[in-house]
Structures are given as structure tokens and as C-alpha cells.
Design a protein around this ligand. Structure first.
Ligand SMILES: N[C@@H](CCC(=O)N[C@@H](CS)C(=O)NCC(=O)O)C(=O)O
Length: 212
């Protein structure tokens, strides 16, 4: 058994496969060469069956020995401290990485998730469209001037930002060539491909168990 255990659901419907946020933690471990196990809790009953570990009934959460951490962003920053491949240790590089990791969560995903949810509910031209446009345009401007968000190289900030931006509806929302090539570049990394394939394989295998 490894010190690091990533927790996810034992099954999800097909739609979110490849996008469940345990992928962020798998991806980080793959990038850093950190050994990890993946364990599951039942999807059925998720609203209440693991509130003691994740107070919103969601996944992922992470064990590192006796440490328990929920929120994918917190898990990523924790892993970042374990490997320079994910987060530089010099103060300037670390600060850049932290600010862009938080920006991915709190300035982009904070808008993109509710925008996407309203769109999924049939309200494509919803009240968040202007806000979403402005945020994505600002990111496009940044990405048109640099290859990576922080420290002139791949960091956990890119992992998070690319994961937020790779959602098909977000990518299709306007023509942003720098963003598109950034997402393609980051998700072309072998660590991402392995993390995604492993997650999909876990959920695909669980189909058979559910149908008997
Ligand atoms: N802010 C949380 C969001 C976690 C989240 O949205 N998890 C989804 C799977 S990707 C989930 O558990 N959804 C089930 C639910 O909300 O009931 C994080 O980044 O860890």
C-alpha cells in the first residue's frame, strides 16, 4: 500500500468519465512520479456516505499517510510541495504557481462551472455569458504571450487551468487560438493521458458490476 491514496467514486455515468476531479490528483502524481493507490466509495448514497471525509459528499479526497485532505485544489497544492516538478521551491516561482492555481479555481472555474450548468439546463445564453466571455478573453491574452502560466515551465497551475479549460463546451465558446493550443499542449502530456485512461477504465469496469 502506498502512502498516497486518491479517493473517487466506484462508478459514475458515462458523461463525466474522464472529467471527475480525481483525475487532477492522478495526473499530478503521474507527472511527479509519486506512487499512489486509488480507492473508491459508493456513488450511490454519495450525498451522505462520506461526509466525514468530504463535507459536500463529493470526490476527490486524498490520504497521505495519516493526513486527510479534501478539495482537489488543496490536494494539488499538497502534492506540489512534494515535487519540484509540480511546484518550484524558489519563492518567486512558488508564488507565481500559487497565484495561477488559485486563479484557475477562483477566477475561471468559479464562472465556468455555473455557466456550463445553466447551459446544460437549456439556458445557453444565460446571465453569466458576459462574465464568462471576459474571463476567457483575459486568459487568452495571457496565453498568447507565454507558453506556461508560471515559472516558464509546466507546473500544477497549468494542470489546473488546462483541466478547467478543456471542458468541450468551454473550448467551443468562442474562438481563442492561444487557449486552444495551450489546452492541446498540456493535455498532450503522457501523464494526463495515463490519468484519464486509468479513470475511464475504472468506471468502465464498474459498469459490469452494476448491471450484474
Ligand atoms: N471543489 C471541489 C469540487 C468537487 C466536485 O465537483 N466533485 C464532483 C466530481 S468531479 C462530485 O463529486 N460531484 C458529485 C456531487 O456533487 O454530488 C473540488 O475541486 O474537489
Amino acid at each position: 500500500m502506498n502512502e498516497l491514496t486518491i479517493w473517487t467514486y466506484d462508478w459514475v455515468p458515462e458523461g463525466p468519465r474522464g472529467f471527475v476531479r480525481d483525475l487532477r490528483l492522478r495526473w499530478a502524481c503521474e507527472e511527479a512520479g509519486l506512487a499512489y493507490d486509488v480507492r473508491t466509495i459508493p456513488f450511490d448514497g454519495r450525498e451522505t456516505n462520506h461526509l466525514v471525509r468530504q463535507p459536500f459528499g463529493q470526490v476527490p479526497y486524498l490520504n497521505d499517510g495519516d493526513l486527510e485532505i479534501f478539495e482537489s485544489g488543496a490536494g494539488l497544492l499538497h502534492l506540489g510541495r512534494k515535487s519540484e516538478k509540480l511546484m518550484p521551491t524558489d519563492p518567486a516561482g512558488e508564488a507565481e504557481t500559487l497565484q495561477w492555481a488559485i486563479a484557475a479555481l477562483n477566477s475561471i472555474e468559479m464562472v465556468s462551472v455555473p455557466w456550463w450548468f445553466l447551459k446544460m439546463c437549456g439556458d445557453a445564453d444565460n446571465g453569466l455569458t458576459g462574465w464568462m466571455t471576459r474571463r476567457l478573453d483575459h486568459v487568452e491574452q495571457v496565453l498568447s504571450e507565454r507558453e506556461w502560466l508560471a515559472a516558464d515551465r509546466f507546473t500544477v497551475a497549468d494542470l489546473l487551468m488546462a483541466d478547467v479549460l478543456r471542458v468541450a463546451d468551454v473550448r467551443a465558446f468562442g474562438d481563442r487560438p492561444a487557449t486552444e493550443s495551450y489546452v492541446t499542449r498540456v493535455t498532450d502530456r503522457p501523464a494526463f493521458k495515463k490519468a484519464k485512461a486509468d479513470q475511464i477504465a475504472l468506471f468502465d469496469a464498474a459498469d459490469a458490476m452494476r448491471t450484474g
